[in-house]
Design a protein around this ligand. Structure first.
Ligand SMILES: [Zn+2]
Length: 389
């Protein structure tokens, strides 16, 4: 049986702890190789689609297919479960269905989406967004990683043809429904398995403050235009604005040039904002405080929306159907984005969640009990059997 321990050695991050596996980097390519070998061992036919998503078909590809899967990439210093649990559980489900003598009467495939976390190129769910056409290929291919490598260059190095990137109606038209199993990422589940009801509206914004780089020792305080000042106000404004269920986070600040004895000339600050409805309004509010703080320090500010996804409500009929198959498990909303959320706009889509006892995710301490992971794989097996019969 496939197991998460098979992947334990791939993409370890010795500096941050946990794993750093990003779209088309060495670790993620090694994981793709692992997946391809596992699929081949099961006589599944693998193919990489135009946008670098990996598919493994049980039987012939075709319309009205039952699709399950997740992603293998991680955030920087991420946990072992976010993504790989859904892929490993899908392989386990195929094994269990075969052991029962079940053969799907519908086309059936496992999919591994590319760069779900946006850990390398900054846009989450890149593979599924490209496939569904929710990001333009020319925009995506120009994205750069921290080393200045463009997505176009990275996929070319991985043996893909960037000129073929973009909305893939052929791949989409085959999907009858998509079910993604994923570790739950809050503390939302008191039982081993649940289904998703909705995903919060979610976006990423980049704030660039520009001041005047200068000497930390000789520049009088009164003469400074230090972009770090409004940047720090932005961090506080994000916290102030996030009331109720809304969430706003600054997890990344990059001062340029970044010297201890240097007043920065520019500072880039990324804001991740989420809300049940209206994450853009939340950021407008945060931006007002940032503009004011920039003005007070004599700095300029440019705000760019790097990605945005509206609130996702999963297909109610499919959700209720699956909850019923699983004996009435709870349905819960989530603040975490997923490829399933991108696909939900185009095809009937559902998610199964596996309990996360600590609520820690996107960190090395992310955890799920082995018994709960097994319950998740059993639930996924039951759901796929129900859908593909
Ligand atoms: Zn994930």
């Amino acid at each position: 049986m496939a197991s998460l321990t098979d992947l334990a050695g791939i993409g370890r991050d010795t500096r941050r702890g946990g794993y750093s596996r990003h779209g088309f980097d060495r670790a993620e390519l090694d994981l793709r190789e692992w997946f391809t070998a596992e699929a081949t061992r099961r006589d599944l036919d693998t193919e990489t689609d135009r946008n670098g998503n990996l598919w493994a078909w049980w039987g012939r590809p075709g319309p009205d297919a039952v699709i399950t899967g997740s992603h293998l990439d991680s955030v920087p210093g991420g946990g072992a479960f976010d993504g790989p649990l859904g892929v490993v559980s899908a392989l386990q489900a195929v094994d269990s269905l075969r052991a029962k003598g079940f053969t799907p009467s519908k086309p059936f495939a496992i999919v591994v989406f590319a760069e779900e976390e946006g850990g390398r190129f900054g846009v989450a769910c890149l593979g599924s967004r490209l496939m569904t056409g929710s990001i333009r290929p020319e925009t995506a291919l120009r994205l750069t990683d921290s080393g200045g490598v463009t997505l176009a260059e990275a996929v070319t190095a991985a043996g893909l043809d960037p000129t073929r990137f973009g909305r893939d109606d052929e791949a989409l038209s085959r999907i009858g429904c998509f079910v993604e199993l994923h570790v739950e990422q809050g503390k939302g589940l008191a039982v081993p398995v649940g289904v998703a009801s909705s995903i919060m509206a979610h976006g990423r914004w980049r704030f660039t403050f520009t001041g005047q780089g200068n000497h930390a020792g000789t520049t009088l305080i009164a003469d400074r235009r230090d972009p770090m000042l409004p940047a720090s106000q932005l961090v506080l404004a994000a916290r102030r604005a996030a009331v109720g269920d809304a969430r706003a986070t600054v997890g990344r600040i990059v001062p340029n040039p970044g010297g201890t004895n240097v007043i920065a000339s520019t500072v880039d600050v990324w804001v991740d904002a989420r809300a049940a409805e209206g994450a853009r309004e939340l950021v407008e509010q945060i931006s007002e405080d940032a503009w004011r703080a920039a003005e007070e320090e004599g700095c300029e500010l440019v705000v760019r929306e790097e990605s945005y996804g509206d609130t996702v409500h999963f297909d109610t009929a499919l959700r209720d159907d699956l909850a019923g198959v699983l004996g009435g498990v709870p349905a819960l909303p989530t603040g975490a984005g997923h490829d399933a959320g991108i696909l939900a706009a185009r095809v009937p889509t559902a998610m199964l969640f596996v309990r996360n006892p600590t609520g820690i995710s996107h960190a090395p301490e992310e955890y799920a009990e082995p018994a709960d992971c097994e319950a998740g794989a059993v639930a996924l097996t039951a759901v796929l059997e129900h859908l593909a019969r």
